[in-house]
Design a protein around this ligand. Sequence first.
Ligand code: SAM
Length: 250
Amino acid sequence: TAALYIVPTPIGNYADITSRAIEVLNQVSLIACEDTRHSGKLLSHFGISTRKTAIHDHNERDRAQWIVEQLATGQSVALISDAGTPLISDPGYHLVKHVREAGYKVVPLPGACAAITALSASGLPSDRFSFEGFLPAKEKGRLDKLSALQQDPRTLIFYESPHRIVQSLESIVKALGEDRQIVMAREVTKTFETFLSGTAAEVLAMVMADDNQQKGEIVLMCHGFIQQQDEDAVPKVAIETLTLLAAELP
Ligand code: SAM
């Protein structure tokens, strides 16, 4: 039966495509791409000549119905984005919702995602994390968003564009504090892959001192908020126990 396949593509290193991704992209009747020219390079590299159509933020809702009509005629469709996993800071949410509501199968393939790849090597706690996508472009919006996350105990993951990295690091210093541990992963899986880590103030200084650190694709990760233990305070459970004991004493 016809299905919509969600197919991740590499985030910089073509060797990271999966054999199942190649198989599905060859077998479907249609590949919905964010940008057909951009994806054309990847597809022709792997000798895939499946028909392509463009689905991006501006036409996704209109195209969703058309895709359902393709599925209705028994033709399977694959969704890819420019890089990584579709829907993750990329188009696809409205399409998947619409296709599911129309009663068709949506089949996910696992594969590259910059956030998860960067987190896995960051050295930051990975048991709990919050993916926050891109920070707002304007300073006020950035500081508001970061302030709302200031007490969040989970590792925070942000996508960042190279021309805004310095401003975003400055906002992190302001809103989360200069001592917050952060890791900046740049050009992951590519030739100039770099991980910078330190306090927010240290990473900001390293990035400002070296223009090369302001180029390429970036994932910013921040350690979650650490509750400061008040060392003089007596733990609540100890007080409760002492109260119970005191009540029993003659
Ligand atoms: N859907 C993609 C995914 O699964 O990771 C993300 C698409 S989003 C439009 C692009 C952003 O992802 C970049 O601005 C950057 O923050 C991050 N990114 C993508 N590739 C990367 C790489 N090789 N190294 C570091 N960050 C990357």
